[in-house]
Design a protein around this ligand. Structure first.
Ligand code: SOE
Length: 396
């Protein structure tokens, strides 16, 4: 460590599968590309099996491992606890880490139920009075084109929002032989497409518009109720295994919403859209223009300016790679583009900045709770045959 290096920020991360790998590269790269007020250090990786955790730590760049998450959060060299485990463990780990005085980054959705999310938000509010901060990882907020869209809406570039169309489309379960994973188990994941990917588009619609959902009505469905059991997983895809087990979550969710500004919105979350690998599609139509985004072309934001003469108007393709675009000055020359992993790096950068400044990072656990209430309301609506369910308009 050089004398003028910023002070270290010890990170202890629990879980090292798909999300753990994405968070690891973020902690590694953040201080290499951005000037940070604190220097994140990949101090310790938590995992139940020592051999597997050590192999993952070597591969992902962590200095040490702990097999007991309680030991990890008590370590003096850990300042931030990064939770990359399935949803059924979020509440217990996050609440204990905050009580131990550790800042927390928790993967989305915040929890598996509103009750758990309420307990987590209460623990975070209490911890904040001691300068201990908590953030939930709705990572796509940190895609530069998404942040640009948010700024353009705030600057009035599309006027008053009338309609939002939000879709999150994947296809990794469209094959009925795709095996079971924890993401298909209600006990572990809380819900299926709704919480796993629907939560992202609820967050993005609210983040970009600056509005909240005030009521929802929707339908959840499970197309394939039993699947093969897998021996192992790489990313989202399982291998081998014998026997079959039940799917206890939704495969797809479609819902309507009313927005706090008077507009309306549609949401669609599915893992059965053959050919759509990670299509997050958002379109906002305002009184004076539209914005459209698709994650499968993530360096582009499409903008229609209805204040122009009709003969000149037309969707304009803004390539979001200029140094003046959000986060871009730290990366490559214009036109070279960013990928999925960069949003995780931006998330780490923003969290480190907030911790150094003693400022509440966003999205907070209170924001995570508000989204949990939306998910819960959609489930209740579906159970009630699609009836509208009202939501509280203030988080908390
Ligand atoms: C699976 O659907 C998943 O890995 C989500 O859990 C992530 O949040 C999303 O970024 C990619 O897809």
């Amino acid at each position: 460590m050089a004398e003028d290096d910023p002070p270290r920020l010890g990170v202890g991360m629990i879980g090292y599968a798909f999300m753990g790998a994405a968070h690891s590269q973020a902690w590694r790269n953040a201080p290499r590309f951005f000037d940070l007020p604190l220097r994140p250090e990949l101090t310790v990786l938590g995992g139940r099996s020592e051999g597997a955790a050590r192999a993952a730590a070597r591969r992902l760049g962590w200095a040490d491992v702990e097999t007991d998450w309680k030991a990890l959060i008590e370590r003096d060299d850990v300042d931030v606890v990064d939770i990359c485990t399935p949803g059924d463990t979020h509440a217990e780990i996050a609440i204990a880490a905050l009580a131990a005085g550790k800042h927390v980054l928790c993967e989305k959705p915040l929890a598996n139920s509103v009750a758990e999310a309420e307990a987590m938000a209460a623990a975070a509010a209490q911890a904040a009075t001691r300068g201990v901060l908590a953030m939930v990882g709705f990572t796509y907020r940190r895609v530069p084109a998404i942040e640009l869209a948010r700024r353009m809406v705030a600057d009035g570039r599309i006027g008053q929002i009338r309609q939002i169309r939000a879709q999150y489309l994947q296809d990794w379960l469209a094959d009925p032989q795709a095996p079971l994973s924890w993401r298909l188990d209600k006990q572990r994941a809380g819900s299926g497409a709704l919480g796993d990917i629907g939560a992202h588009i609820v967050d993005l619609a609210q983040f970009i518009s600056g509005e909240v959902l005030t009521s929802v009505g929707g339908v959840l469905t499970t197309f394939v109720s039993e699947r093969p059991v897998a021996d192992s997983f790489a990313g989202l895809h399982g291998r081998g295994g014998t026997g079959r087990g039940p799917v206890t979550v939704d495969d797809a969710a479609i819902f309507l919403a009313r927005l706090s500004g008077g507009g309306i919105a549609t949401f669609e979350a599915t893992r059965f859209a053959w050919g759509r690998k990670n299509a997050i599609r958002l379109e906002l139509n305002g009184t004076t223009g539209s914005l459209a985004f698709d994650f499968e072309d993530m360096n582009v934001l499409n903008y229609f300016d209805a204040t122009l003469a009709p003969v000149e108007a037309g969707f304009r393709r803004i390539v979001v790679t200029e140094p003046d675009h959000p986060y871009l000055s730290a990366w490559w020359p214009a036109g070279h583009g960013l990928g999925y992993e960069h949003a995780f790096t931006h998330q780490a950068v923003d969290l480190v900045g907030a911790i150094a400044a003693g400022r509440q990072p966003e999205p907070s656990f209170a924001d995570g709770l508000q989204i949990q209430r939306v998910l819960d309301a959609v489930e209740r609506s579906s159970t009630a045959g699609g009836a509208w369910v009202a939501l509280p308009t203030a988080a908390g």
